[in-house]
Design a binder for this molecule. Structure first.
Ligand code: FES
Length: 122
């Protein structure tokens, strides 16, 4: 059902955890499947210096959040905002159609963390 890369990120997810003094925190969930993602970002000079996540959900939810963190770590806020769920899926190779919404959740969790950061900053 899943590509090798999805399996890799599911069994060995990158950037798992929490940032205690995060500059932005985003929490999103999908009411239909019940999965929840929480993303923490640390920003320095407008760049995502560190990012961590906690995902309570399916294999695809964990793999997509993991690959999203790899994609945006070190990027500027503007660059990170351009990352789409399609890019996340491409990075993983593929996802079963029924699991595409998991990648949307990962992209939304990142946007929520950035939006929280921007709110706190202003
Ligand atoms: Fe809903 Fe994966 S089944 S996020």
């Amino acid at each position: 059902m899943y590509s090798k890369k999805v399996e890799e990120h599911f069994f060995h997810p990158h950037n798992v955890g929490e940032i205690k003094d995060a500059d932005g925190v985003g929490k999103v969930g999908n009411p239909r499947c019940g999965d929840i993602m929480k993303v923490f970002i640390k920003v320095k000079d407008d760049r995502i210096e560190d990012i961590k996540f906690k995902t309570f959900g399916c294999a695809a939810a964990i793999a997509t959040t993991s690959v999203m963190t790899d994609l945006v770590k070190g990027k500027t806020i503007q660059e990170a905002l351009k990352v789409t769920n399609r890019q996340i899926v491409e990075e993983l190779g593929e996802l079963p159609p029924i699991k595409l919404h998991c990648s949307v959740l990962a992209a939304d969790a990142l946007k929520a963390a950035i939006s929280d950061y921007q709110k706190k900053k202003s």
